[in-house]
Design a protein around this ligand. Structure first.
Ligand code: HEM
Length: 411
């Protein structure tokens, strides 16, 4: 460890920029040894765009398999039994390698096609408009995280999973509170157990009487392969992977627009230009890279990345924010330019595990940002920008709150 460059708080960022330490590391070209936050032990941290892509596109050399011999050893050292691992792993896309991963993912992709997203769009529009009404009623000074960014993705996931209307207010409140790091850990634990029990009941209902939603479809078409544990894990994965990520994109994305006046003016002028809006959303995704990383990979053989020899069994982590701002990938990487096509950024990851929900996240952004800007032509921050508190140590980068004011609204 001592001979390697160590980045202790490698995820911590400073405002919108990636942490200075990871940028330095990227520019040096070296890999560093870092502690693994979503797992156990240490990993090599990869920060260059080309190196991250090389790792993520090579599932044969960099495994996600939580049941591999090294991963099992690490889990046992952390006190997790083989049986628990097998149960926890069912249906968890991120815990499998091809060909099992490919098989499982195929069962789910039908629900995430562009066509399916188009069908969801009218509901997303309604959810967005309802929350803009809420923001408007709450009045200037209201918090956009609480009334806009967090509830929208949560309700869209309700739509996807077929959560009955009567349960949605409770579901959404629990989901929001589960991720509130200001709550004591026991309280969050209790909420997460309650959430799990709710998902189990939802799955039991889908198995007994499959509807049109994703759980109904999976129970009907793949019920012989996916048992209740697998379906519950899938539902929980979609909630955890899809809620905070999109919520933080909406919140930090709005902060970014409100603090880049010239870009905001250009965007307001392009609200009716879908191609320009699409480019702007991709640039925001690249510029912010709210998912710092993904789950650690384990090398299956000795292999070299960025000039560093990685031994079989060692873990590898990747940092998406510095990679998406790598000057070898894109010119003038630290400048937000909403008119450019940022090219193949990796804010949604890359390779076999490229975000399954990317079409949904894009649809939510494509609907929510223009609707917000249209409704509030004079939208601005209610406090000086440097008073907005970021969440530097959180799994997904975000802001605690985003109080806003506006001069007038349009309907
Ligand atoms: C995977 C980011 C929204 C579901 C991933 C990965 C990233 C990511 C970086 C790759 C992780 C890895 O390789 O270790 C994001 C961002 C989002 C977003 C930035 C919003 C802006 C969503 C939504 C859903 C979702 C809305 C579903 C409702 C998933 C799933 C995977 C995944 C299921 C695992 C795919 C697989 O293993 O094949 N996401 N995500 N994500 N995401 Fe997203």
């Amino acid at each position: 460890m001592a001979e390697h460059n160590t980045v202790p708080l490698y995820m911590a960022r400073d405002g919108l920029a990636p942490a200075a330490e990871v940028v330095e590391l990227r520019e040096s070209g070296a890999l560093a040894r870092v502690p693994v936050t979503l797992g156990h032990g240490e990993a090599w941290l990869v920060t260059r765009y080309a190196d991250v892509r090389a790792v993520l596109s090579d599932s044969a050399s960099f495994s996600n398999d939580l049941m591999g011999p090294q991963a099992r050893e690490r889990a046992e050292a952390a006190g997790i039994s083989g049986d628990t691992m097998t149960r926890m792993r069912k249906g968890q896309l991120l815990a499998f390698d091809p060909p099992e991963h490919t098989h499982l993912r195929r069962m789910l992709t039908a629900e995430f096609t562009m066509r399916r997203m188009r069908r969801l769009e009218p509901r997303i529009i309604e959810i967005v408009e309802d929350h803009l009404d809420l923001v408007e009623r709450a009045g200037p000074g209201t918090d956009l995280v609480e009334n806009f960014a967090l509830p929208i993705p949560s309700l869209v996931i309700c739509e996807l999973l077929g959560v009955p209307y009567a349960d949605r207010a409770d579901f959404q409140e629990r989901t929001t509170r589960m991720t509130d790091t200001s709550l004591p850990a026991e309280e969050r634990n209790r909420l997460s157990q309650e959430g799990r029990a709710y998902m189990e009941a939802l799955v039991a209902r889908a198995q007994a009487d499959p509807g049109d939603d994703i759980l109904g479809m999976l129970a009907r078409e793949h019920g012989d392969e996916l048992d209740a544990d697998a379906l519950t894990n899938i539902a929980s994965l979609l909630l955890t992977a899809g809620h905070e990520t999109t919520a933080n994109m909406l919140a930090v994305g709005t902060y970014t627009l409100l603090t880049h006046e010239q870009e905001l003016t250009r965007l307001r002028a392009a609200l009716d230009d879908p191609a320009q809006m699409e480019r702007a959303m991709e640039e925001l995704l690249r510029f912010l890279s709210v998912a710092h990383s993904g789950i650690p990979r384990t090398a299956t053989r000795d292999i070299e990345i960025g000039g560093q020899r990685i031994r079989a069994g060692e873990q590898v982590l990747f940092a998406l924010a510095p990679a998406n701002r790598d000057p070898r990938f894109i010119d003038d990487p630290d400048r937000l330019d909403l008119t450019r096509d940022p090219g193949p950024h990796i804010a949604f990851g890359h390779g076999a595990h490229h975000c399954l929900g990317a079409p949904l996240a894009r649809a939510e952004m494509r609907i929510a940002f223009p609707a917000l800007l249209r409704r509030f032509p004079g939208l601005s921050l209610a406090v000086p920008a440097d008073e907005i508190r970021f969440r530097p140590h959180h799994v997904v980068y975000g802001v605690h709150s985003l109080p806003v004011i506006w001069s007038r609204t349009t309907r």
